[in-house]
Design a protein around this ligand. Sequence first.
Ligand code: HXC
Length: 259
Amino acid sequence: MEFQYIIVDPSFKKHIALVRLNRPKELNALNLQLMLELKSAFASLDEDDEVRCIIITGNEQAFAAGADIKQMENKNAIDLLKIDQFETWDQIRKTKKPIIAAVSGFALGGGCELAMTCDMIIASESAKFGQPEIKIGIMPGAGGTQRLTRAVGKALAMEMVLTGKFISAEEAQKAGLVNKVVPEEIYLDEAVKLANEVAMMSPISVRLAKESVLKAFESGLQEGLYFERKNFYMCFTSEDQKEGMSAFVEKRKPNFTGN
Ligand code: HXC
């Protein structure tokens, strides 16, 4: 697929792919075409054995300022139902490889929701997170009321969703929405550092562990514990488990192959 609104580099660094949202004039507003491109990019990076971690970013000014309001303005509910764009979002959520959002500037509405669909967030000091849909007469639709509430708790989520107020990177970190806040000049490097740490691990363990953490995030505790247990057993069917444990016992670095 030819991409118009994103730039994809599958071998940005060893085992690390970079996806860049690239509609700078519109502050990376997420139109339908861009979302389809993202779906396609994530699907092919997920299939690529060389890729162990994916970073998604925008530019210094904006990660993404939300879904494209101009594209939605004249739509009615049935139009949206027929377009069914959430299928695209669900597909991104189903990516097996870990995804790190490197966020600078605006992460608003669908932009905040896209960042929250990722597994970890590295923010630059200029990042601003918000769900301002209420100000344009709608409400979050791509997980904002659910993922934000689980990440920052009811009080702050309610305030953000009902007033549309933005929070700074620092507040977002305090609230548990982002992993780390760093100066704007190094936010991508910091995301690469984190991606590198993940990429050194066994891809099988990483995949199963990601799946299990998401299970905790997205479901009840008992169900999550059973799910985790099942995936824990499954790790022991891999060669990487044997390699990882024998490397520990032999006091050497493991060489994980993904088998
Ligand atoms: C379409 C957008 C846009 C958006 C910005 N632009 N956000 N276009 N959809 N979400 C465009 C502007 O129209 C403008 O283009 C250009 O980007 C620069 O924006 P300005 O407003 O001039 O910049 P600034 O004054 O710096 O203000 C930045 C801003 C503001 C605070 C981020 O742009 C803003 O409030 N944007 C909308 C944020 C928002 O409400 N997001 C939620 C969308 S609904 P032109 O050509 O006009 O100059 C949503 C629902 C998701 O996300 C549901 C799931 C799909």
